[in-house]
Design a protein around this ligand. Sequence first.
Ligand code: NAP
Length: 257
Amino acid sequence: MTDVALTGAKGRMGSLIIDEIRSSPDLKLVAAIDIIGIGDRVLGDVCVSDARDVQRVLRESRPDVLIDFTVPSAALENIHAAADTGVALVVGTTGFSEEQLSIIEEMIKSAGIAAVISPNFSLGVNVFWKLVEMAARSLSDYDVEVIEAHHRKKKDAPSGTAMRTVEILSRSLGIEDVRHGREGMCERGREIGVHAVRAGDIVGDHTVLFAGPGERIEIKHQAHSRSAFARGALRAARWVVKAPPGIHSMEEVLASS
Ligand code: NAP
């Protein structure tokens, strides 16, 4: 049995993760934490605890793993609390700055805990990243654009998945210039274009477009339901409790579970 604590328990992702835990006999929710809905009963006798008490809640509920789907500033606090209490981590929150990422890395390293951090826990997107890398190797002279679309309530832009895609392209193509949207006179150079669409209730679309003389290729992933992310995060939670200390990728989880 793996005991799970969840921060962002009342959010879109948090609610789905609770639904998945409900139907997983090998997982037990021991703490649900948020800044909203405090006191609401979410599963069995677990009620939402106040995020301001995250340290105390982790000490008392003694989870094997903390899953975080919140916002970057909150995730930083939650990771700090997990590091302090020696709890393994699965972090799905996106939109961290470079500075926040290096603080997170340092906290995890010095606490000697294991963590899986990924901007996208779906199996499909992890395959999409491999296809993008493969295509970039063969199409190094083509123009490349990353286009993502999400629901109107998404807080960060471009998505963490789009930015990970840019990292992969940048490494594979040796292009450092990243152009976010275009306006006015802007001749295309050797750059990676990035475009973020925010509309309605789109769960998450990502397209990489390679265009060259007389042709183009589009590699596209579309998430139909957030449950793909929730299931992936729980797969990572089962894996990380047995993993060695350090920050691991979803690719490692999928390769060995
Ligand atoms: P959401 O519906 O806004 O849920 C986030 C929840 O966290 C909200 O209930 C929010 O409360 C709460 N929260 C804010 N500060 C908190 C704190 N200090 N402690 C605990 N909870 C706190 O967002 P979502 O759609 O679930 O997405 C959450 C994050 O996961 C985003 O960064 C999103 O980009 C990311 N995401 C990742 C994946 C992946 O596969 N890695 C997939 C989907 C989404 P308020 O509403 O009051 O702010």
